[in-house]
Write a protein that binds this ligand. Structure first.
Ligand code: COA
Length: 333
């Protein structure tokens, strides 16, 4: 095999809607409380889009911010990868909308549907395209609008209080120095499909969705919170260790772990199992809730902007979510 290129993350950025929905705002729609939500999840508020917009509208703005950060122009981008489970429409995915709106060339554009792990999956795919020499400047985006799919009645409260809208993006380039995506690690275990899923509309059913299904609430995300929690606290440390072991790094070599923002209690449990304090495990879930595929690039950008890591530091991205799927990336920034 020819000598492979190395991939660097040349720029990052994010965008969230202006509308802030506080825990106390949720009390008007469902039987819940600020105390319950903070105690169980660490979430104080989240962003929900005000009216229409869709995930593409957030993705486009996040992409602009990342392109500015990386100092790349639209004509330099040669591939678009969007991680989302909430595309504006059932098909064809948002990546082509992003390509059009940003005035990119007629470049390749595709979506990845891997829920909360999707940004790390997308990063891994983009890394392979750079390493092989097929692409030079890749736009990778995680974008979600969950709010328009939530059951905000008491029936759906265990799910709807957790999720928020947002988008984050990264520009991948061939590395010309020491900075590098060192490795990525992807996993799935499909037997847990129904522990966190949104069933319909579904190609499995002839009419995809019926009045009866709507009445039963099968168009809303359903979650077995305890099963998700039990698996997440096991898989996060495993996949973080996998990333460290693959690069002969110890936890002392890692400046910051950027986990998917699922739940503060999950992150605290991960920190404990890794034997580190929460100073090493980035958290911004109090502001945004769980933004699915967007949470890691949003957290990565805020952590960088807050000086939690700097050039030359080792960081680890780690994700867990529906599928179940989990993933990590070791990065020399
Ligand atoms: C969802 C989660 C916070 C629920 O916490 P829990 O301690 O497991 O709570 P339970 O689901 O057992 O519910 C406890 C009680 O609170 C109630 N409850 C659920 N949601 C509530 C809400 N938003 N407000 C108030 N009460 C609520 C339940 O109905 C239940 O009441 P009951 O005892 O009268 O039946 C927790 O399971 C969790 O964090 N799971 C992981 C979720 C996650 O991270 N998902 C995304 C992964 S990518």
């Amino acid at each position: 095999m020819e000598h492979l290129q190395k991939t660097a993350i040349a720029g990052i950025g994010f965008h969230v809607p202006d509308r802030i929905v506080k825990n106390s705002d949720l009390e008007q729609w469902m039987d819940t409380s600020d105390e319950w939500i903070i105690e169980r999840s660490g979430i104080k508020e989240r962003r929900w889009i005000a009216n229409e917009g869709g995930a593409s509208s957030l993705a486009i703005q996040a992409a602009k911010n990342a392109m500015e950060d990386a100092k790349v122009t639209p004509d330099e981008i040669d591939l678009v990868i969007c991680a989302t489970i909430t595309s504006d429409y059932f098909f064809p995915g948002i990546s082509a909308q992003v390509q059009e709106a940003l005035g990119l060339g007629l470049v390749g554009a595709f979506d990845i549907k891997a829920a909360c792990s999707a940004f790390v999956y997308a990063l891994s795919v983009g890394d392979q395209f750079i390493k092989s020499g097929q692409s030079k400047n890749i736009l990778v985006i995680g974008a979600e609008v969950q709010s328009t799919a939530l059951d905000i009645s008491t029936r759906g409260r265990n799910v709807s209080v957790l999720f928020g809208d947002g988008a984050g993006a990264a520009i991948l380039k061939r590395s010309l120095d020491d900075s590098e995506i060192l490795s990525t690690h992807l996993h799935s275990e499909g037997r847990f499909l129904k522990e966190l899923w949104l069933e319909a509309p579904a190609s499995k059913y002839k009419s995809r969705i019926t009045k009866k299904m709507l009445d039963e609430g099968r168009q809303y995300p359903i979650m077995n919170g305890r099963e998700v929690f039990r698996n997440a606290v096991r898989r996060f440390p495993q996949v973080i260790h996998e990333a460290m072991d693959a690069n002969h790094l110890t936890i002392d070599d890692i400046t910051q772990i950027i986990p998917h923002q699922a739940n503060l209690r999950i992150s605290q449990s991960v920190a404990k199992r890794m034997g580190v304090s929460m100073d090493k495990v980035f958290s911004n879930i109090h502001k945004y809730g769980n933004t699915t595929a967007a949470s890691i690039p949003i957290a990565l950008t805020e952590a960088r902007n807050e000086g939690k890591f700097k050039r030359g530091d080792h960081i680890i991205l780690a994700a867990f979510g529906a599928g179940f799927r989990w993933a990590s990336a070791a990065i020399k920034w």
